[in-house]
Design a protein around this ligand. Structure first.
Ligand SMILES: CC(C)(COP(=O)(O)OP(=O)(O)OC[C@H]1O[C@@H](n2cnc3c(N)ncnc32)[C@H](O)[C@@H]1OP(=O)(O)O)[C@@H](O)C(=O)NCCC(=O)NCCS
Length: 176
């Protein structure tokens, strides 16, 4: 059963305007691509060099999201008519593969809403453990959401290795 109605969570951040979470559609992939690039360039620059950011972003292309969107779960956060964030879960591996927020909307609770939607979906799919590979700048965000850092590792971009942090969370169904 879909938990889409659960996604309209009210929070202290709602003063910034209503944000809803919905399933991504193929037509969204251009907007997703733009946010992906801007989020890396703006929000990750505190922890990575310009060269690393360049290599990281130049391999991204809209077509790359097609398979992930069709497999799902792949959610977008929407404010008005605009997509302002996205995230996806690989249900086979139990891995959150991406979570990115438009830098203009960062710090307003959008990332946590997408993450909660992915976790709810993971619970519905019967997953007990979620994994992800966090960029260094996002570790505190995930820690606040209950993820535990593992040993740092180096992650291969096409021509460079960058440092990142594997993280895990045991999922617990909350009784309501
Ligand atoms: C990481 C990211 C998804 C967070 O999204 P966001 O919408 O800015 O985060 P939220 O506003 O939902 O933050 C939720 C909580 O985490 C905290 N938080 C968010 N980013 C944080 C950071 N970089 N460091 C410390 N705390 C952070 C917030 O203060 C907030 O805490 P609160 O509930 O006590 O107020 C977003 O900054 C982003 O897209 N970063 C670049 C891409 C990236 O690194 N993605 C992860 C790749 S795996």
């Amino acid at each position: 059963m879909s938990r889409e109605s659960d996604f309209k969570v009210r929070s202290k951040y709602d003063k910034y305007g209503a944000v809803t979470i919905r399933n991504a559609r193929q037509v969204d992939k251009g907007a997703i691509w733009e946010i992906h690039i801007r989020a890396i360039k703006e929000l990750c620059k505190s922890h990575y060099s310009e060269r690393e950011l360049q290599i990281w972003t130049e391999v991204l292309k809209p077509v790359r999201y097609e398979e992930q969107i069709s497999k799902g779960p792949f959610f977008v956060a929407v404010a008005g008519d605009s997509i302002i964030g996205f995230g996806n879960l690989n249900q086979k591996s139990g891995e959150i593969e991406a979570l990115y927020v438009d830098p203009e909307y960062a710090g307003r609770g959008v990332g946590i809403k997408i993450l909660q939607a992915l976790e709810n979906q993971a619970l519905d799919l019967g997953l007990k453990l979620l994994r992800l590979t966090s960029s260094l700048n996002a570790v505190r965000f995930y820690e606040r959401a209950g993820y535990k850092p593992q040993k740092q590792k180096r992650w291969l971009l096409p021509s460079e290795m960058v440092v990142c942090v594997p993280m895990v969370k045991e999922l617990v169904e909350e009784l309501s």
